[in-house]
Design a protein around this ligand. Structure first.
Ligand code: NDP
Length: 481
C-alpha cells in the first residue's frame, strides 16, 4: 500500500493563460489569415485551456519571409558575441520564469510538476546557456576557421517535452547564426507561445524566432517551403520518413530524431536496488512518452525472478494522479489519441500471449490515464517488443549470456538508446561497443545534458542534437555524425 500523503498541489495562479493566441511572426502576435483557431486542453481534466491559431499556407509564407528578412538584415550580420548576449538573456529569463513555465507545461502536457520543475525547465535553461557560450567561439568547434550559418531553419517538434524540444532546436540554431520558424505540436502549444513572449522580453530582433501553431498539415507546409535551408524534426518515424521524402533532392539540410525501442539490460552482478530505480526512471518517467525510454527490459535469467519481484514492489509505491501535485509520479497521458494507441498495443500484447501486470492504481474519472504496466512472457516477435508504445508500459525479456543480450538488444529497426547495468567496467565497455544505439547509459538511464550529443541510428533518425556535434547540424559544413 502506498503511503497516504496529504495533497501538495502547486498553485496555478502564477500562470496567466490568454483565452486565445495568435501566431508569433516578425516579432509580434498576428491573427491567422484563415481566422481559424483550435482548442488546447489539459489532458488531466479535459478542461479547455485556450484557443490557438491554425496557421495556413499564407501564414507559413509570412513566417518564413519574416525569418528570411531577419536573417539577411540583422542576425547573420551580427557578431557571435552580440548573438550570445541575446541567448544569455533568453536563458536568464527562462530561469526567472521557470516556475510559471513548469506549471504551464504540466497543465498543457499532463506531466508531473516534479518533472517539469526539476528536469525539463533546468535543462531548457541549460541548453540556452550552453549554446550562448558557443555563439562567439564557433571557430574553435572543429568546423574550420570561419564556419557559416545555413539561413532559415524550419523546426517541427512533438508533445512529449514541448519546451525542452524547443530549446534543443532553437538554441543551437540561434547560436550558429540561423533564424527560425518553429511549429510546436498541436496538443502542447502553450509553452512555445510563452517562449515567444520571452523573445519579446529579451528584445530579440523581430523575425529571428517565429512560432506558428497548427496541425500536422502546418508542419508539412513549413518543411516543404522552398525558402527554408534547414529542417529539424523530432517525432514519429512515419512522419520523419514523409519529411525525408519531401526534402529529398532539395538543398535543405535535414536532421531527424525519431522513435525508439531501447533495451535496458540488467546483468546478474548489477546492484539490483539501483537498477530497479533505473528501470522505473527508464520507462515510467514522463508516462513513458520518451523516445529513448527503456521500454524493453532484458534481465539476466539468474536474477530475473528476484528483480521482477523488486520491480513489482517498487511499482506499487508509484502515485498516479493530479500532475500539479508535487507527490505525483505518473501524470496524465497527453491525448485521447495517444491513450487509444497505448490501449490497442497493450491489448495486442495479451492477445499474443504475454502476461500483463499493473499495481492496484485508482484512476481519476476525468482525463486520460494509463496505469504503470509491465508484461512478462514476452517474445521478440510480439508487437509490444517491436513497436514503440510511447506509454508507461514495459516489456520484460530474459537472456543468459552477454552475446544473447547484444543480439536481442540490437534486434530492432530502431537505434536510439540503450542501458547497461553491471558492476564490471570491462563489460560496460564491451557492451557499449556492441550496441547499435546513439546513446548508451551505464548504471543509469535517461540522463540528459546539453554538452552531450543525442541522436539515433537506423529508423531512429540521423544527425545529433547537443554538444559540439550538434552545432554541425546548423552550420554550412559536413555533419560529423
Ligand atoms: P508526429 O510525428 O505526428 O508529430 C510530431 C510533430 O510533427 C507534431 O508537431 C506534428 O503536428 C507534426 N507533423 C505531423 N505530420 C506532419 C507532416 N506530414 N509534416 C510535418 N510535420 C508533421 O507524432 P504524433 O504526435 O502523431 O505521435 C504518434 C507516435 O509517434 C507516438 O505514439 C509515438 O510513438 C511517436 N512519437 C515519437 C516521438 C519521439 O520523440 N521520437 C515524439 C512524439 C511521438 P501535430 O501535433 O499537429 O500532429
Amino acid at each position: 500500500m502506498p503511503f497516504d500523503y496529504a495533497p501538495a498541489p502547486e498553485s496555478r495562479s502564477i500562470v496567466d493563460i490568454e483565452s486565445n493566441y495568435g501566431l508569433f511572426i516578425g516579432g509580434s502576435f498576428t491573427e491567422p489569415t484563415s481566422g481559424e483557431f483550435f482548442k488546447t486542453i489539459n489532458p488531466a481534466t479535459e478542461e479547455v485551456l485556450s484557443e490557438v491559431a491554425e496557421a495556413g499556407q499564407a501564414d507559413v509564407d509570412a513566417a518564413v519571409a519574416a525569418a528570411r528578412r531577419a536573417y539577411d538584415k540583422s542576425w547573420s550580420k551580427m557578431s557571435g558575441k552580440d548573438r550570445a548576449k541575446y541567448i544569455f538573456r533568453i536563458a536568464r529569463l527562462i530561469q526567472e520564469r521557470s516556475r510559471e513555465l513548469a506549471v504551464l507545461e504540466t497543465l498543457d502536457n499532463g506531466k508531473p510538476i516534479r518533472e517539469s520543475r526539476d528536469v525539463d525547465l533546468p535543462l531548457v535553461a541549460a541548453h540556452f546557456f550552453y549554446h550562448a557560450g558557443w555563439a562567439d567561439k564557433l571557430e574553435y568547434a572543429g568546423y574550420g576557421p570561419d564556419p557559416k550559418s545555413l539561413g532559415v531553419a524550419a523546426q517541427v517538434i512533438p508533445w512529449n517535452f514541448p519546451l525542452l524540444m524547443l530549446a534543443w532546436k532553437v538554441a543551437p540554431a540561434l547560436a550558429c547564426g540561423n533564424t527560425v520558424v518553429l511549429k510546436p505540436a498541436e496538443t502542447t502549444p502553450l509553452t512555445a507561445l510563452a517562449f515567444a513572449d520571452i523573445c519579446q522580453q529579451a528584445g530579440l530582433p523581430p523575425g529571428v524566432v517565429n512560432i506558428i501553431t497548427g496541425a500536422g498539415e502546418t508542419g508539412r507546409m513549413l518543411v516543404e517551403h522552398p525558402d527554408v535551408d534547414k529542417v529539424a524534426f523530432t517525432g514519429s518515424t512515419e512522419v520523419g520518413k514523409a519529411i525525408q521524402r519531401a526534402v529529398a533532392g532539395t538543398k535543405k539540410k535535414l536532421t531527424l530524431e525519431l522513435g525508439g525501442k531501447a533495451a535496458n539490460i540488467v546483468f546478474d552482478d548489477a546492484p539490483i536496488d539501483q537498477a530497479i530505480e533505473g528501470i522505473v526512471n527508464g520507462i515510467y518517467f514522463n508516462q513513458g512518452h520518451v523516445c529513448c525510454a527503456g521500454s524493453r527490459l532484458l534481465l539476466q535469467e539468474s536474477v530475473a525472478e528476484e528483480a521482477l519481484a523488486s520491480l513489482k514492489r517498487r511499482l506499487t509505491t508509484l502515485r498516479l494522479g493530479d500532475p500539479l501535485d508535487k507527490n505525483t509520479d505518473i501524470g496524465a497521458i497527453n491525448s485521447s489519441m495517444q491513450l487509444s494507441k497505448i490501449e490497442e498495443l497493450t491489448a495486442s500484447g495479451e492477445a499474443e500471449g504475454a502476461e500483463r501486470w499493473s499495481p492496484t492504481c485508482p484512476i481519476p474519472e476525468k482525463g486520460f490515464w494509463f496505469p504503470p504496466t509491465l508484461f512478462t512472457n514476452v517474445t521478440q516477435a510480439h508487437r509490444i517488443a517491436r513497436e514503440e508504445i510511447f506509454g508507461p508500459v514495459l516489456s520484460v525479456l530474459t537472456f543468459r549470456t552477454p552475446e544473447e543480450a547484444v543480439a536481442k538488444a540490437n534486434n530492432t529497426p530502431f537505434g536510439l538508446s540503450a542501458g547497461i547495468w553491471t558492476e564490471k567496467g570491462s563489460r560496460i565497455l564491451w557492451m557499449a561497443n556492441q550496441m547499435r544505439a546513439g546513446i548508451v547509459w551505464a548504471n543509469t538511464f535517461n540522463r540528459f545534458d546539453p554538452t552531450s550529443p543525442f541522436g539515433g541510428f537506423k529508423e531512429s533518425g540521423f544527425g545529433r542534437e547537443g554538444g559540439v556535434q550538434g552545432l554541425g547540424a546548423y552550420l554550412n559544413v559536413e555533419d560529423p555524425s
